[in-house]
Design a protein around this ligand. Structure first.
Ligand code: ADE
Length: 354
């Protein structure tokens, strides 16, 4: 590509970013730990959602040492509601690796960063460019769309090669974040505002105002529709929760009993099966409402049912991983987002009865 085109794109982008960058809490620092935490939270999650989580996390775990020493449930509790909980587990594990292998200092080397738990090309590139001023690309969904449109590139390797060539050597962190901000605010997936774009005159999609939003996106998401009944089992004002396994999806989080309903199964059979571990018998489920939720590649429709224990049922919970908890103490536990939504339905139901 023409070097003059490159330098014009770079110059215009950096000037635009200087005057228009979003004021975000992690932008006041080049502390690699702060950059690492914010960039990890920002993967898969919107900026506005991340801000309060980032602030709480940084004040509770201000550095690598504190995070490495933290018990996993405490880390997960702060992550509760942010989704993709594997990120939190990986952060803590990588903090322990950094203490063990790098004397507690976040490495400045691409290969050493990539060897840490949960750090992929994106996070390594973001850390190296934003915190350490090294010219590595950090291609998130927004940057991918902008670069794909500006240069009319679709393949991932070509996109990476172009980003490596294009990136500013003197201000790589600003350059990467300029692409992200441009994608978030102007070069959006739909209804892009080309008239306001600082590089519109340099853009290969300029004469095609309806440049496809999928251009440069890695893969189209396909969703599976799922029905997932949830049980609020109540006894003397407390609710029954169980803890998910410490590996796999939503690892270690507390949740309401429930599961994906397969076509032929009855509701009673599903709940009977789910509550087998707790050895309880209960009343007929009363439907309180329903929620919708999306997680990884599932679109979940979750009807929420209230179940009371029957008289002769003992409310002891014999197995590890089950717990009765009063609704007012729920903040003590890291719960899945779907559980939080279902409990809000329960709380409304209770209020309406008063
Ligand atoms: N998305 C991911 N990282 C970001 C950053 N540093 N600034 C804005 N949006 C982002």
């Amino acid at each position: 590509m023409l070097p003059t085109l490159h330098s014009a794109i770079r110059r215009n982008l950096l000037r635009w970013y200087k005057n228009n960058k979003r004021d975000l809490p992690w932008r006041g620092t080049r502390d690699p730990y702060a950059v690492w935490i914010s960039e990890t939270m920002l993967q898969q999650t919107q900026v506005n959602t991340v801000i309060p989580y980032y602030e709480k996390f940084m004040s509770r775990f201000p550095g690598v040492d504190e995070l490495a020493r933290a018990p996993l449930p405490k880390v997960l509790r702060l992550w509760s509601g942010l989704g993709y909980y594997r990120r939190a587990e990986n952060l803590r594990q990588a903090a322990q690796q950094i203490v063990r292998l790098h004397d507690g200092e976040i490495p400045r080397d691409f290969a050493q960063l990539r060897a840490l738990a949960g750090i992929g090309d994106y996070t390594a590139g973001a850390l190296l460019s934003i915190a350490f001023g090294k010219p590595y690309p950090a291609i998130d969904g927004n940057a991918r769309r902008v670069l794909g449109r500006v240069l009319r590139i679709t393949s991932e390797p070509a996109l990476r090669a172009a980003a490596e060539e294009l990136i500013s050597r003197s201000q790589p962190g600003e350059f990467n974040q300029a692409l992200m901000d441009l994608g978030a605010t102007i070069c959006t997936p739909k209804n892009q505002r080309c008239a306001d774009c600082p590089i519109n005159s340099l853009c290969a999609s300029r004469s095609r105002p309806h440049a496809p939003s999928t251009l440069g996106s890695r893969r189209p998401l396909t969703f599976k529709n799922v029905v997932w009944p949830l049980a609020i089992v109540r006894h003397r004002g407390k609710i029954l929760l169980r803890r998910r396994a410490t590996n796999g999806l939503l690892a270690g989080l507390w949740e309401l009993p429930g599961n994906e309903l397969n076509g032929k199964q009855s509701l009673a059979a599903l709940f009977g099966n789910e509550l087998k571990g707790a050895q309880l018998s209960f009343t007929r489920p009363e439907k309180l409402g329903e929620i919708r939720h999306a997680i990884t590649h599932r679109r979940i429709w979750a009807p929420v049912y209230l179940l009371d224990l029957t008289g002769n049922s003992r409310a002891r919970v014999p197995l590890a991983g089950w717990r009765w908890i009063a609704p007012e103490n729920l903040q003590e536990l890291a719960t899945s987002s779907m559980t939080v939504k279902a409990l809000a339905i329960f709380s409304n139901h209770e209020k309406n009865l008063r």
